[in-house]
Structure formats: C-alpha cells, structure tokens
Design a binder for this molecule. Sequence first.
Ligand code: URA
Length: 234
Amino acid sequence: MIRLDKYISDAAAYSRREVRLLVKKGAVSVNGITAKSADMKIDEAKDSVCVNGEKLRYRKYIYLMLNKPQGYLSATEDDHDPVVVDLVPDELKHFNVFPVGRLDKDTEGLLLLTNDGHFDHELMSPRKNLYKRYYAELDLPANEEDITLFASGMQFREFTAKPARLEIDPADPCKVYVEIAEGKYHQVKRMWEKAGKKVLFLKRVAIGDLELDASLPCGKVRELTAEELAVFGW
Ligand code: URA
C-alpha cells in the first residue's frame, strides 16, 4: 500500500504538490469515487486511479531501449556535451533513468536506460556473462588471423578478454560483427588496434538475446516489452 500522492507522482509526471492540488479540485478518483485526500492509501496491485478521467498505469521501474546517436555521452548530466537521458521523452522524465553500462560518445546503437538499480547490477555483473554484439566498419579488411586473435582471449593492461567472436562480411571484409563478453573502456576499438586496424564506425546491435529494434529510429526511445525483459530473466 502506498499513499495516493506517491502513487500518482510515480505513475505520471506530477509533483506531490500538484497531486494535492488535483485532489483539491476533485480531479482524482479512486475506484470511481472522487478522492478526498492525497494521503489515502492505495493498493498498487488492485486499485484503479484516474486523473481527469484518465486511468493511470502504475509502475515504479521503467526499462527503455534507446537507439543511441553519435555525439551523446552515456551519462545523466554533463557540463559540455548532450547526454543520453536528454533523449527521454518528457512524459517519462520523472522516472529519472540512467544508462545501463556505456557506449562511447561516437558509438551508436542499443543502450538500455532504467531507474531500477537491481536490473543494472544484474546486467553488469560479470557472472551474467552477457555477450554484446557490435557492428563495426574498419579502415582495413579483416581476415582469418583476426578471428583467431579475437578468439584467443586478448591480453590488455588491466584485463584478459574472454574469447570474442568475429564474423567478417564476405562481400566487404572491412565490415564485421564482434561479440564480446565484457564492456571495458573502448574495448572493441582497443581490440582492433591490437589487430592493426582502426574502427571508423561502431554500433551496438544486441545485448545477449535482445536485439536493437530495427524500426526504432536513431535518437528514439521506447519501453522494453515484457518478452524483451524476460530475455534477461526479469
Ligand atoms: N567498445 C568500444 O570501443 N566502444 C564502445 O562504445 C563500446 C565497445
């Protein structure tokens, strides 16, 4: 059970003060009866709350898929650059989401945003062994030796990578797909650097079995479906 003002401010973009004013105006109903007080207790699972006749959908946590454009930092705020949470639509801003992991400023593609710390923790846990799939364009063609090198578990200053999978586009070997189990700083770019090639374009296309929705335009956000969340056991 939670207070009506908390319920409404969690479910919609109203402050607690605004909720109290709405209740005063008689604009809030609970199970069809006009609410008299913002303090009344609500059962999140059972009660139906309407504001101005519109039924609210209560949720505490939200899980968003963003098709990240280049030029945005994977952060909640920054003094100089735009950040990914700027791309969250106004009606979802009050959830105060943050990015799950990071993509570089110049990397595009699949980034999850949530306000659920447990979800973030679970996905970032090395124990989860979640592979991330990237599409990359290189300055030089990739070859069989690169496949062996990536699979060997490359050695870096601060870590040894788990075996990475590499697929080369037979029609254009400068186009590749790389799957890595970690998400260390600049990892894909550093792997290619070790292989003597430069990444010119990088886009994340999947996290585990969750693929970037091909119909989601760059810069747009949508909520994950129940099926998509189930991919992570959520
Ligand atoms: N590897 C990189 O080099 N950059 C990213 O943004 C993600 C993985």
